[in-house]
Design a protein around this ligand. Sequence first.
Ligand code: PLP
Length: 425
Amino acid sequence: MIFENTKAFAQQLDAQDNLHKYRDEFHFPKVNDKQVIYFTGNSLGLQPKRTKAYVDEIMNDWANLAVEGHFYAEKPWWDYQERFSKPLSKIVGAKPAEVTVMNTLTVNLHLLMVSFYQPDAKRFKIICEEKAFPSDQYMLQSQVKFHGFKPEEAIVEINRREGEHNIRTEDIIAKINEVGDELALVLIGGVNYYTGQVFNMKAITAVGHQVGAYVGWDLAHAAGNVKLELHEWNIDFAAWCSYKYMNAGPGNASGCFVHKKHHHNADLPRFAGWWGHNKERRFKMEPNFDPVHGADGWQISNLPVLSLAPYLASVEMFAEIGMEALIEKRDQITAYLEFILHEIDKEVQGDFEIITPSNPFERACQLSVFLHGEGRSLFDYLMKNGVIVDWREPNVIRLAPVPLYCSFEDMYNFGQILKRGILEK
Ligand SMILES: Cc1ncc(COP(=O)(O)O)c(C=O)c1O
């Protein structure tokens, strides 16, 4: 499609967009009394208006039923997480028994590493990407130390080539082969939080398995954003948060995936708790742990139902729309944003550079823009003028044109505000 940098053209794209109506299903903050242009759904998604009813339901059941709510609530609390199995498994390309929701992201990655990082003197290394999200770096360092290894010896980072912003798949594959039989685990962010680069999860997983390692993914920036086929790609485990593209609210519960092939493996170590115990026998209060055969077998505690309610609201909304429709709009709106950025750059020499891959197969709903020179004042200008973006050191703003609630007209309006901001600088 040939794009135009005009309001009329953007409005025409909105008129043709089947998802445009969902915009009204979200609460938008206001700046200067005007609804903002919201580009930080990759950090905290907006609140769906339907979420409140899901939370109110739990509050009402709690008020009216108290402890009886565990079994007699409209949606009984004791197995509330099972309501996620079907819709969430579709979002991430899994079998229903392969997904569950519990805890928070870093906690879940730690718990999954209990099962999938069992180093010995020969096979103890972990491969991750350079500039992984800091929480992942801390997690990996603490895990290798916990097992008695030194982070500088056990953690192998894959670097970008000199002068390049993104990591090449061929370099990841070469490194996996080089580390070979010393490699215990590959654990990478499926979408890099900083650049927005989407990794080739299928190919990387296959090579990791060829050398005998487990392969897991941090899908914080991928869940609800990228087409995932976790089961087909034979991924061992994955976890993601629900507060970014999945719009489940600040710091909310995490989703987990454990491949079916591991569900009956009694030798896999895990940290256990009563909510992972055989469902039928859970309240018999038996002393020996008998895990549920599925991702639910990694559950530990009584469910935080008040947190899960907003997540369920969101997952059901995704199920209604389907990832295909979201991805189709995501690609179009991201391409339109990219076009707008280039147009503004041509008009006023913006002195910025998009560091996200231009190849649509290597990116999703995020463009990271590197601002050469004094970028912070431009960021401040955007924020003051109703464009919510985020700033990542040293000089990057990240723009996520979330297809569920951003409009093409937002992209056009953003371009005009950006142009004024650059000119005022
Ligand atoms: C890629 C990635 N991994 C891990 C985390 C940490 O998530 P949490 O604080 O929910 O554990 C984040 C948070 O933004 C993230 O973006």
